[in-house]
Design a binder for this molecule. Structure first.
Ligand code: NDP
Ligand code: 2IT
Length: 449
């Protein structure tokens, strides 16, 4: 529990109102813990009920998504959109399509998105959505029918100045295209209501690469400023083989690292010579296949069943880019025993609280998700700017802005940690720096009676 009576009261309220929602409670606990010195230094926060308000979504929409498969059978999934906080801009955040999606998962993601989006320094509020629909093994037509049905309801709640969804697990260019088409059909308007769109209809160059590239820009700056070091010559392990993992691999390699392992939800591959990313892209992006296929195409590579074993592969830098709580305390200890020097979170909340504590007490540089993976949503906000201007920047222009944003986020988080007596703790620094701007805006805008 916390030292502050105010924080204890707020957390007890969240527990009572969201029973059993373990991911959401985990995310809230971590942020409140970081804010302890901020709350002590600024009594206006308690006087204005800022924390009670920030932990409660402004609006939650749960809805039925009926769709028909290729055999004519009717299926029903549950759709979610949690509009968490609009103090500094329209709600912004991805749509996750995965069978594990539930209210707790969407609320943890939406809550974290508030602070992440604030850290980007761009005007975007926090939101998240999704469904327990599983795109795996579905035909294109089935995915299309699901996306259209999902958007039929979602379209009533979003808009270019209201709420702008994007991709996340299971939602990539194909799904965004089907959703965008349905929105346009229903509303008869061509606006930037979604980001991650295709380049022929309003998408931004470098959005596909942005989360993975941004993660590596952040980690490079962290290594440089905190250890006078870089990716050059380092061995890197990356979990996942989706959008974030693939482009983290590309940038880590460009910066001089060697990526030796990647995974999917069935198992992981190890290639001591450095993973051939073209092969991974062909398997995952083109064929939508399984990562184990890699060993049939590249000699000398190994495949192991199960995901968590990837953290026993010796490396200097670990980049978890798959899903929440994929690194537990045992995995963290295995990484530490093998000499890991830096961990950069590409996925959202991939390390359990025990794992984070283990990294921090072992002196491992730790880049938390909210800061380190903010490049995706930052570039989404750049896509929104380009849509408003009806103009597009070149790849180099967007990439340069992305890099500047990631370097800036590192320094803001680093400085905020130092200011509140938590030097080198980027978890605290990111939470505090992200919170301050949102809290200031909420204070300025008053409470509606
Ligand atoms: P993708 O769907 O493209 O890829 C997800 C990858 O993670 C796949 O390799 C998938 O394996 C694996 N994975 C998913 N769920 C699990 C699970 N329960 N256990 C083990 N492996 C799993 O998603 P993204 O790359 O877009 O997202 C990855 C992470 O990054 C998520 O945490 C997401 O929230 C976060 N993120 C994404 C951003 C973006 O712009 N896309 C921005 C910021 C964060 P399989 O194919 O077997 O399912
Ligand atoms: O977790 C995330 O930041 C995302 N999935 C990206 C959200 C976005 O709006 O681009």
């Amino acid at each position: 529990m916390f030292k502050s009576e105010y924080l204890n009261r707020v957390y007890a309220g969240v527990e009572a109102r969201n029973p059993g929602e373990k991911e959401f409670l985990q995310a809230v606990y971590e942020v409140l813990e970081s804010l302890e010195p901020v709350v002590e230094a600024n009594p206006r926060l308690e006087q204005n009920g800022i924390l009670e308000r920030i932990v409660e979504p402004e609006r939650q929409i749960f809805f039925r998504v009926p769709w028909v498969d290729d055999e004519g059978k009717v299926h029903v999934n549950r759709g979610f959109r949690v509009q968490f906080n609009s103090a500094i801009g329209p709600y912004k955040g991805g749509i996750r399509l995965h069978p594990s999606v539930n209210a707790s998962v969407i609320k943890f993601l939406g809550f974290e998105q508030i602070f992440k989006n604030s850290l980007t320094s761009l005007p975007i509020g926090g939101g998240k959505g999704g469904s327990d629909f599983d795109p795996k093994g579905k035909s294109d037509m089935e995915v299309m029918r699901f996306c259209q049905s999902f958007m039929t309801e979602l379209s009533k709640h979003i808009g270019a100045d209201t709420d702008v969804p994007a991709g996340d697990i299971g939602t990539g260019a194909r799904e965004i295209g089907y959703m965008y088409g349905q929105y346009k059909r229903l509303r008869n308007e061509f606006t930037g209501v979604l980001t991650g769109k295709g380049l022929t209809y309003g998408g931004s160059l470098a959005r596909t690469e942005a989360t993975g590239f941004g993660l590596c820009y952040f980690v490079e700056e962290m290594l440089n400023c905190m250890k006078n070091d870089s990716f050059k010559g380092k061995t890197v392990v990356i979990s996942g083989s989706g959008n974030v993992a693939i482009y983290a691999n590309q940038k880590a390699t460009e910066l001089g690292g060697k990526v030796v392992a990647m995974s999917d939800s069935n198992g992981y591959i190890v290639d001591k010579n450095g993973i051939n990313l073209d092969v991974v892209k062909q398997i995952k992006e083109v064929e939508r296949g399984r990562i184990k296929e890699y060993v049939n195409r590249v000699s000398g590579a190994e495949y192991h069943e199960g995901c968590s074993g990837i953290w026993t592969v010796k490396c200097d830098i670990a980049l978890p880019c798959a899903t929440q709580n994929e690194i537990n305390e045992d995995s963290a200890k295995a990484l530490i025993a093998n000499g890991v020097m830096a961990v950069g979170e590409g996925a959202n909340m991939p390390s359990t609280p025990e794992a984070v504590a283990a990294f921090q007490s072992a002196g491992v540089l730790f880049a938390p998700a909210k800061a380190a993976n903010a490049g995706g949503v930052a570039t989404s906000a750049l896509e929104m700017s380009q849509n408003s201007m009806r103009y597009s920047w070149t790849f180099e222009e967007v990439d340069a802005k992305l890099k500047g944003i990631m370097v800036n986020i590192f320094h803001n988080a680093y400085n905020a940690a130092e200011k509140y007596g938590k030097k080198d703790n980027l978890v605290a620094g990111a939470n505090i720096a992200g919170f301050e701007k949102v809290a200031e805006a909420m204070l300025a805008q008053g409470v509606a009676y």
